[in-house]
Design a protein. Structure first.
Length: 182
């Protein structure tokens, strides 16, 4: 699940290297700034579970299925205005004179929760998965249309307003658009 975001500014620098009788262009990525900010305190602790057609019917289908390799897969997502936040940060960077590449990413972890059958055949397939992988692909039934959607306790706009000064400190630029190093 998303619990932080990373912001980085970077550009490519070109140099030439003599290769035999000719020059070869070499491009190096230069990181102008990087920052990772924690978002976990903004994620509401309860989620809405989304299942098709309903959660109860979803569980009944799982329980009623006699497949010995069945598993439930729950995907966790965090709903937020990611595009709006990116545009706000990009606008701030451009106003500060930063003209190079800007990356805003939301590294994710702990996205998937799996619940597997307790049947001995299913346990053996999991235990000897490297041998039984072809068997599990044939027999495994995935109930993977289940999501838990978390919300943020603040809008992306409000979060940006609260953190723009901190972000701006990382996007302080010189005349050429590169980071000012003090």
């Amino acid at each position: 699940m998303i619990n932080h975001f990373s912001l980085s500014g970077w550009h490519k620098e070109k140099s030439q290297e003599l290769s035999g009788k000719s020059y070869k262009n070499i491009y190096t990525t230069v990181i102008d700034f990087e920052v990772t900010l924690d978002l976990s305190g903004y994620i509401l602790p309860t989620a809405e579970v989304i299942a098709s057609p309903s959660f109860d019917e979803y569980l009944e289908a799982y329980i009623g299925d006699e497949n010995k390799c069945k598993e439930i897969i729950l995907k966790k997502t965090v709903l937020w205005e990611y595009d709006l936040l990116y545009k706000s940060i990009l606008d701030l960077a451009r106003r500060r004179g930063y003209r190079y590449n800007l990356s805003v990413t939301y590294p994710q972890s702990n996205l998937i929760v799996k619940a597997m059958t307790d049947h001995s055949f299913g346990k053996n397939v999991r235990t000897y998965g490297f041998i039984a992988a072809p068997i599990s692909w044939l027999y495994k039934k995935k109930f993977d249309k289940l999501q838990s959607q978390f919300k943020m306790n603040t809008s992306a706009s409000e979060w940006f307003t609260q953190n723009s000064t901190l972000i701006e400190q990382y996007i302080t630029t010189d005349q050429r658009g590169g980071r000012v190093v003090s």
